[in-house]
Write a protein that binds this ligand. Sequence first.
Ligand code: NAD
Ligand code: UFG
Length: 339
Amino acid sequence: MKVLVTGGAGYIGSHTTLCLLEEGHEVVVFDNLVNSSLESMRRVQDLAGRTVEFVEGDLLDASAVASVFSGASFDAVIHFAGLKAVGESVADPLRYYRTNVVGTLNLLDGMNAAGVRRLVFSSSATVYGASEDVPLPESLPLNATNPYGRTKEQIEDILTDISSADERWSIGLLRYFNPAGAHSSGRIGEDPRGIPNNLVPFVAQVAVGRHKAVMVFGNDYPTPDGTGIRDYIHVMDLAEGHLAALHFLKDRTGAFQWNLGTGQGSSVLEVIEAFSTVVSKKIPYEFAPRRKGDAALSYADASSARNQLRWTAKRDLARMCADHWNWQRSNPRGYDSSL
Ligand code: NAD
Ligand code: UFG
């Protein structure tokens, strides 16, 4: 297949691009590099031993989007591009709605005009809001609690509506749980700008000495050790989930939702413990107040993806921490380390 990958230079996009190349697909990446670097693309090409066509462009530039489609005939699009920081979305909602929602509309216009109607979209478990009805099934009502989450919910609605209006569309809405880890080579991984908000990259930066201790947000949740529980999923499992979705959509039309999670929850303390084991030293942590808006627990009912996509997550938390660490210690300053 010839696949357009928006946001393909980013964390999940780069791992998925590698899997696509390894499966023999032709890939064009469209990314404005607002949260990524070209170095990830160089390394993906090295690992795959194949080239990726890279187009630097912004989804908000409708003519740039149209011109990507004018020169090529794509079989499918995987749409990762967007902004993803919850706190930033609360502070600057317009930027989030514009980039995520308007950016997606421009992409859909480009696809429609070119007659490309197979799409896999990066949604998020954040659409379930504060629901703790675990394991969370896809059938739950959507109830995002912040602007970032609402952009995902709105895009899901738009995609469902276009597939109802025009039966030629085939669309996969992938609701990721908590991505972590890196490719086993340690050459590509997550490269957050500034201080990471998410637990695993923060723990990794404590392990590498960039911060003194992990702040554990809340130890009074109604969970066995009092800390928040999440469904951490290895980024390579996630990447493989995209290929499974593309294959499923090949002979079907309609809009489908799938949770991509392991179905297993791990607490903050369990993550810190797993990481400590990998680095063979204690990772210092301190208890801090709960972070506003955090649910006590969230993990996936992963049965739809298992039954329909024949996909399950294969890598466990120990492997996620080991691979994350392998990437972090070989690239202590992310992709900048090699510049
Ligand atoms: P990322 O920031 O590493 O990747 C996103 C990519 O999109 C970046 O390379 C960025 O430069 C690009 N981009 C942003 N705005 C753009 C624009 N206007 N035009 C073109 N390119 C643009 O993020 P990620 O972790 O790889 O996430 C990928 C997708 O998955 C996002 O849509 C995100 O919301 C979603 N998601 C991520 C997580 C997570 O925890 N990482 C969880 C659930 C869902
Ligand atoms: N946590 C800490 N200390 C930290 C960071 C996080 O204790 O420094 C805790 C949180 O309170 C939570 C757990 O670790 O209990 C996981 O927090 P993350 O920030 O890593 O992940 P979230 O579940 O809050 O959210 C992430 C993304 C969202 C996405 C969601 C589901 O940030 O955008 O996963 O995919 F929607």
